[in-house]
Write a protein that binds this ligand. Structure first.
Ligand SMILES: C[S@@+](CC[C@H](N)C(=O)[O-])C[C@H]1O[C@@H](n2cnc3c(N)ncnc32)[C@H](O)[C@@H]1O
Length: 312
C-alpha cells in the first residue's frame, strides 16, 4: 500500500479521497483542533498532529505528500490581501517536500490562485516545487465532472519527482456532457436525509447580502459551491424560488419556509460518502466550517488514482 503524509488536512476531504484510492495516510496536520476531532472520528488510524505546521521539525518518510494550504488571500470568501503571511504557507509545504522527498505530491487550491493579480504568488509556488526536484503540472478541475453534486472549480498542482521518467496525466471527466454518466444531482446526493433536520442547519435570518444573489438550485441540478461560512450556505431546494427584485436584490417567490443546507447535507454535496461522524465536542458552525473547507473526496481520489501506478 503506498503511503502518504497530509498537511493542512482539515477534517480530511483530501485524505478520504486518498484512502478510497488505496493510500495509507501515515500523518496529518492542522492548526485547528476541532478539524482534527472530526477527522479522527472518521479516519482514526492516522497519526493526526494538531498545531502550527511551522513547528513540525521531522516528517515521516512517505511515497506521496498532499496539502491544501490556506487560500484566504486569494479566495472569493477571503480578505484577498496579497501581502498576508498566510499566503506564504506554501513554503512549509516546500520544506516538507525537500525533507520527505516523496515520489509525487498533490496540492489543491481555489481557482482564484490562477487569476492575473495572484499570478506571481502562483508562479512562486511552482518555482519552489520545481526547485525541490519535481516536474510540476497543474489544471483547473470541476468537482462535478468527477461525480460530486456541486459546481466547485479548483486548481490542482501535481508534481512527480524528477528521477521518474513518467509524466502525470490529469483524469478525464467521468460525469456530465461528453461522458457516459450524467452529473449527480442534489436529489441523488441527499437521498435518505430528513427534510427538516432540526439543529443541523443554520436558521439565522437571511441578511441583505445573502439576498443580493440567487442562492438556490433545484433538486435536479448541481449545487452551488458549498462554502465554509454557515451564513453563506446555499438554500435547500425545498425553499421557495428566489426571483430578482432590483439591482443585486432577490426575494422569495412565496412565503413557504426556506432554509440553508445543513452541515450534513453540505458533507454529502461535497462528496463525503455515507454518514460522516461529527463528535459532540464540535459545534454546528465549526462543522459547517470544516466541511466547507474540505476538498471533495471523489475529486482528490480521481487525481490520486491518475498517478502512474508503477512508481509505488
Ligand atoms: C483549505 S483547508 C484544507 C482542507 C483539507 N485539505 C480537507 O480536504 O478537508 C486549509 C487548512 O489549513 C489550515 N492551516 C492554516 N494555517 C495553518 C498552519 N500554520 N499550520 C497548520 N495548518 C494550518 C487551516 O486550519 C485549514 O484547515
Amino acid at each position: 500500500m503506498p503511503t502518504a503524509v497530509s498537511l493542512f488536512t482539515g477534517c480530511g476531504g483530501s485524505d478520504a479521497g486518498l484512502v478510497a484510492a488505496g493510500f495509507d495516510v501515515l500523518m496529518a496536520n492542522d492548526i485547528l483542533s476541532y478539524a482534527a476531532e472530526v477527522y479522527t472520528a472518521n479516519l482514526p488510524e492516522t497519526d493526526y498532529r494538531v498545531g502550527n505546521v511551522e513547528k513540525i521539525k521531522a516528517f515521516p518518510r512517505a511515497d506521496l505528500l498532499v496539502g491544501c494550504y490556506p487560500c484566504q488571500g486569494y479566495s472569493q470568501g477571503g480578505a484577498r490581501e496579497v501581502g498576508r503571511d498566510i499566503n506564504y504557507l506554501f513554503r512549509e509545504f516546500g520544506r516538507a517536500l525537500r525533507q520527505i522527498k516523496p515520489k509525487a505530491f498533490i496540492v489543491e487550491n481555489v481557482s482564484g490562485l490562477t487569476r492575473e493579480d495572484n499570478k506571481f504568488l502562483f508562479q512562486m509556488q511552482l518555482r519552489n516545487f520545481r526547485a525541490a526536484g519535481y516536474r510540476v503540472t497543474w489544471k483547473l478541475l470541476n468537482a462535478a465532472d468527477f461525480g460530486v453534486a456541486q459546481e466547485r472549480h479548483r486548481v490542482i498542482i501535481v508534481g512527480m519527482r524528477s528521477d521518474f521518467g513518467d509524466s502525470y496525466e490529469f483524469p478525464e471527466a467521468t460525469h456530465g456532457p461528453g461522458t457516459t454518466q450524467p452529473y449527480v444531482t442534489i436529489r441523488e446526493a441527499l437521498d435518505g436525509l430528513p427534510e427538516w433536520p432540526a439543529g443541523e442547519f443554520n436558521d439565522e435570518p437571511f441578511h441583505w447580502y445573502y439576498m443580493s444573489r440567487n442562492r438556490r438550485r433545484d433538486w435536479a441540478e448541481l449545487s452551488k459551491t458549498i462554502v465554509s461560512r454557515a451564513r453563506h450556505m446555499p438554500l435547500h431546494p425545498l425553499s421557495p424560488k428566489l426571483v430578482p427584485a432590483g439591482k443585486d436584490k432577490y426575494v422569495f417567490e412565496t412565503d413557504a419556509p426556506a432554509r440553508r443546507f445543513s452541515y450534513r447535507e453540505a458533507a454529502r454535496l461535497q462528496g463525503f460518502a455515507g454518514e460522516m461522524a461529527f463528535p459532540d465536542s464540535c459545534g454546528m458552525f465549526t462543522r459547517y466550517k470544516v466541511v466547507g473547507n474540505a476538498v471533495p473526496p471523489p475529486l482528490f481520489e480521481a487525481v490520486a488514482r491518475s498517478l502512474p501506478p508503477n512508481i509505488w
